[in-house]
Design a protein around this ligand. Structure first.
Ligand code: AMP
Length: 178
């Protein structure tokens, strides 16, 4: 089995979780297999080598799983982007629309600085709202967003289109069509 086949076999699809109509992609079985953890983080890092990335901004919470290992591979820093209220001051935040209502994410204010070249990373791209908000956070701090990195993309939700407004460089290892 190649890496994409192994990942498809390891990601558990859970229908109607957390709400009706959502097919939740549970990536936790990957972490029961150390060789798959290593191969996945290498495949996530590979497209970004030599691109001058200085910080990876990983999104709460599954963006924290591979992000630090990617930062080791790319010899750059790792910054947590958390849901509002989880980080100690001083923080900087960006609000974004959910299907119903609004959410906010934040990072420690001096973790990203002007001149940084940022890669936004999360486990999964759905509508793109969360990753776009993380990119806006980076831009608010004066950084350049070089691209977006995901393990899984749900391309039928067109998240790519939203992210393209910030950077055309969007990488995912596997795509799900439902
Ligand atoms: P979005 O902002 O719509 O792109 O949603 C992306 C965020 O929600 C990521 O942090 C994902 O972990 C989570 N997410 C959205 N849809 C799913 C799904 N079907 N399975 C697992 N996680 C999901």
């Amino acid at each position: 089995m190649n890496l994409t086949e192994s990942l498809r076999a390891s990601i558990r699809e859970v229908p109607d979780f957390p709400i009706n109509g959502i097919s939740f992609k549970d990536i936790s079985p990957i972490f029961l297999r150390p060789e798959l953890i290593a191969a996945t983080s290498s495949a996530l890092s590979a497209p970004w080598r030599g691109r001058g990335i200085t910080k990876i901004m990983g999104i709460d919470s599954r963006g924290f799983l591979f992000g630090p290992q990617m930062a080791v591979d790319l010899e750059c820093g790792f910054v947590m982007v958390r849901k509002k209220g989880k980080l100690p001051p001083e923080t900087i935040s960006v609000s974004y629309q959910l299907e119903y209502g609004e959410a906010a994410i934040e990072s420690v204010a001096d973790a990203v600085v002007a001149g940084d070249r940022v890669l936004v990373h999360d486990d999964l791209l759905a509508t793109g709202g969360t990753a776009l908000a993380a990119a806006r956070l980076a831009q608010k701090l004066g950084a350049e967003v070089v691209g977006f990195s995901f393990l899984v993309s749900l391309s039928f939700l067109n998240g790519h289109e939203k992210l393209h407004t910030v950077s055309p460089h969007i990488h995912a290892i596997i795509d799900f069509e439902s």
